[in-house]
Design a protein around this ligand. Structure first.
Ligand SMILES: NC(=O)c1ccc[n+]([C@@H]2O[C@H](COP(=O)([O-])OP(=O)(O)OC[C@H]3O[C@@H](n4cnc5c(N)ncnc54)[C@H](O)[C@@H]3O)[C@@H](O)[C@H]2O)c1
Length: 452
C-alpha cells in the first residue's frame, strides 16, 4: 500500500480509536436476539450509545417499553441501558449515524440441510443504501469461511448508491469490514461474558485494528487473526470439536448400555486425568442454534473444494439418531412393564435444549415428542420456562405446560432436560416409571428408573 494511503488510514484509525476511548462512537447492532441484545447491553454498560436494529416490530416495541423477551435478561437491565441512550428501531436509515455496525442475525439450515444465507444477504441489502465513508461493519453470525468476503462485501459495494468501496490489504477503500465470532454459552454462570476472549479478523489492518479497539472496550482480551475467513473457521472448529466429541460419547453410551457399563461413571473416572482429556456428556440429541447446525455450514462449503468432511457427517449421523434411541428406550421400558407405547401417557420433562435456559431451538425434546405421538402415545410436557408451546420453524405442538402434581397418572415420566428446578427425588418417588436421558437421577436408587 502506498505510504500516503497508509497515512490516511492511520489517521482514520486514530479518530476511530479516540471515539472509542471517549465513548462517543455510536454502535449499531443488527439483530436483537440471544446474541445481539446481550452484546448491546455490554456496550451500553460501558457507556456507549447503542442502537438496536431489528425487523421484528414486537421486539422493537418491547425493548422501547423497557421490557425483555429473553428470560435471563431483566427488564431493569433494558431500562438501565435506556438511561445510557439505548433504543431499538426498525428504521435502517439510522445506520448512517453509526460508527460501527455489528450484524447478529440468524444463520440456520434450510429444508435441504444447507446454509440459509437469506438473513445475512437481507441484512447486507438493508445496510448498503445507508453505508457511509468510515463505517466499520462487523459480521458476528456463525457461518462458513468466505462469507464475509464473498457474500457480505459484494452486496455492500454493489448496493450503496455512492459507489463506496471496502478497504482491503491490496487497496485503500471507504469502509471497513471484519468478522468476529460470537462465543456465548447460554446459562453458563462460571465465566463472565467480559472474560471470554474475542477473536477478530479484518479484511485489512485498519479493519482489524478498529474492530479490536471496539471489542477491547467490552472484552478483556481480543485475539486477532489474519483474515475474516480464519475467524469464521475458528468458530466452526470450536463447534465441530463439540459436535464430534458429543457424538463419540453418545456412541460409547449406547455400547456401554449393551455391555452393562455405566458411561457416567466412566466419564467421571476419565475426567480425573489431569491432561489430554476433556469431558463431554451423552444426551438425548443435540440442540440449540449452534452445534447441530454450524458444522453443516462447513461441510456444504467443503464440497466446493471437492472435499468430504467425514467426521462432521459421521458425528451428525450419530447425534441425529439419539432422539430415536430415547424413544426406543421408552418403548423397551414400557414393554418390560407389559405396556405398549401406543395409548400410554408420557410426560416429557424439559423442552429447552439444555438445562436452565428458555431456548428450544433445535431441541431434541421436539423431535422426541413428535416421534412418541406418531407411535400413539398421549404426550404432555412440563418445562418451567415454557407455559405454552405453539408453532416454530419445524414444529407445531400447540401444547400447554402440564402440572407436576399428578405424576402417578403417567405411564412414563421422561427426563429430557435436567433443569435444576426439578426435585428429582420426588419425581422418582411419585412416578411409576422414570426414563432418564441426562443422569439427572444420579445417586437415587429405585427400580422405577431406567437410564438411557
Ligand atoms: N444463541 C447463541 O447462543 C449463539 C452463540 C454463538 C453464535 N450464535 C450465532 O449468532 C447468530 C445470531 O443468533 P441468535 O441466537 O442471536 O439468533 P436469534 O434468532 O435469537 O436473533 C436474531 C435476530 O435477528 C433478527 N433479524 C433477522 N433478520 C433480520 C434482518 N434482516 N435485519 C434485522 N434483524 C433481523 C431477528 O428478528 C432476531 O431478533 C447466529 O448466526 C448464531 O449461529 C448464537
Amino acid at each position: 500500500m502506498p505510504s500516503e494511503v497508509k497515512t490516511i488510514a492511520g489517521s482514520f484509525s486514530q479518530q476511530f480509536n479516540s471515539k472509542i476511548q471517549t465513548r462517543t462512537a455510536r454502535v449499531g447492532i443488527i439483530g436483537m436476539g440471544y446474541v445481539g441484545l446481550p452484546l448491546a447491553l455490554l456496550f451500553s454498560d460501558q457507556k456507549f450509545v447503542v442502537t438496536g436494529f431489528d425487523i421484528d416490530a414486537r421486539k422493537v416495541t418491547t425493548l422501547n417499553q423497557g421490557g425483555s423477551y429473553i428470560h435471563r435478561i431483566l427488564p431493569a437491565e433494558i431500562k438501565a441501558a435506556q438511561q445510557s441512550g439505548f433504543l431499538a428501531t426498525e428504521d435502517f436509515s439510522r445506520l448512517r449515524d453509526m460508527d460501527a455496525v455489528i450484524i447478529c442475525v440468524p444463520t440456520p439450515l434450510d429444508e435441504y440441510h444447507e446454509p440459509d444465507m437469506s438473513y445475512i444477504t437481507g441484512t447486507a441489502t438493508s445496510i448498503a443504501p445507508h453505508l457511509r465513508s468510515g463505517h466499520l461493519i462487523v459480521l458476528e453470525s456463525t457461518t462458513y469461511p468466505g462469507t464475509t468476503e464473498e457474500v457480505l462485501v459484494p452486496i455492500l459495494e454493489k448496493g450503496n448508491p455512492r459507489g463506496l468501496k471496502v478497504s482491503t490489504k491490496q487497496r485503500a477503500g471507504d469502509f471497513f469490514v471484519a468478522f468476529s465470532p460470537e462465543r456465548e454459552d447460554p446459562g453458563n454462570q462460571s465465566v463472565a461474558r467480559r472474560d471470554i476472549p474475542k477473536v477478530v479478523g479484518g479484511l485489512d489492518q485498519q479493519a482489524s485494528e478498529s474492530a479490536a479497539a471496539l471489542y477491547n472496550s467490552i472484552f478483556n482480551r481480543v485475539v486477532p487473526v489474519s483474515t475474516p475467513a480464519a475467524a469464521e473457521m475458528t468458530k466452526l472448529l470450536e463447534n465441530i470439536y463439540r459436535c464430534v466429541n458429543i457424538a463419540l460419547v453418545n456412541e460409547l453410551k449406547m455400547l456401554c448400555l449393551r455391555m452393562g457399563v455405566d458411561i457416567w461413571e466412566v466419564i467421571a473416572a476419565a475426567s480425573t486425568k489431569p491432561f489430554g482429556f476433556q469431558a463431554f456428556y451423552p444426551g438425548p440429541g443435540l440442540g440449540g442454534h449452534c452445534i447441530p447446525v454450524d458444522p453443516f455450514y462447513l461441510s456444504w462449503k467443503a464440497k466446493e473444494f471437492d472435499f468430504h468432511t467425514r467426521f462432521i457427517e459421521l458425528a451428525g449421523e450419530v447425534n441425529l439418531h439419539m432422539p430415536y434411541h430415547v424413544v426406543d428406550s421408552v418403548i423397551e421400558a414400557l414393554n418390560a412393564r407389559k405396556k405398549a407405547l401406543n395409548g400410554s401417557k408420557v410426560l416429557v420433562l424439559g423442552l429447552a435444549y439444555k438445562k436452565d435456559i428458555d431456548d428450544l431451538r433445535e431441541s431434541p425434546s421436539l423431535t422426541i415428542i413428535e416421534l412418541l405421538q406418531k407411535q400413539g402415545a398421549q404426550v404432555s410436557y412440563h418445562d418451567p420456562y415454557f407455559a405454552f408451546v405453539g408453532r416454530g420453524r419445524k414444529y407445531d405442538l400447540q401444547m400447554k405446560c402440564a402440572s407436576l402434581e399428578n405424576l402417578g397418572e403417567y405411564d412414563c415420566v421422561l427426563i429430557v432436560t435436567d433443569h435444576s428446578d426439578y426435585d428429582y427425588r420426588r419425581i422418582v418417588r411419585e412416578a411409576k416409571l422414570v426414563v432418564d436421558t441426562r443422569n439427572a437421577t444420579k445417586g437415587i436408587n429405585s427400580p422405577n428408573i431406567v437410564r438411557c
